[in-house]
Design a protein around this ligand. Structure first.
Ligand code: ZN
Length: 123
């Protein structure tokens, strides 16, 4: 299992602990990313998960006063992910993919259309 150390967390390339419908899942400062993303040199998903570890530290170290909503955390993470491969190869394709994730995969998704999610990613 490949392990990658980030500034705020550690990424483990494994299928263990990853939500069944997700490519990666982060708990606290530990990110679990499916190995297929390592094989594909997907830097974007790594950056997405590492931002979540940073968001977690920010929340903890502020004793909760700087915690972000899950929606804001995900929008910020997908915006960052868009700046890295593979999204850099076809930005529109990945904007549509990530806005679809935001509109369908999260507990806040029933309050968000894909069009609204796309606007957030482009804001
Ligand atoms: Zn995320």
């Amino acid at each position: 299992m490949k392990v990658r150390f980030g500034k705020y967390g550690i990424a483990f390339y494994t299928n263990r602990f990853v939500h069944v419908d997700a490519g990666a899942t982060t708990y606290y400062c530990f990110a679990f990313i499916r190995p297929k993303y390592l094989a594909n040199n997907d830097e974007g998903i790594y950056r997405h998960e590492m931002l979540h570890t940073r968001q977690w530290w920010r929340c903890i170290l502020s004793f909760g006063s700087k915690c972000l909503s899950h929606l804001v955390m995900e929008v910020d993470a997908y915006k960052l992910q868009l700046e890295y491969y593979p999204a850099t190869e076809n930005r529109l394709k990945y904007e549509l993919l990530y806005s679809s994730f935001l509109a369908h995969r999260y507990e806040f998704s029933d309050q968000l259309t894909q069009e609204e999610a796309l606007k957030l990613l482009r804001s």
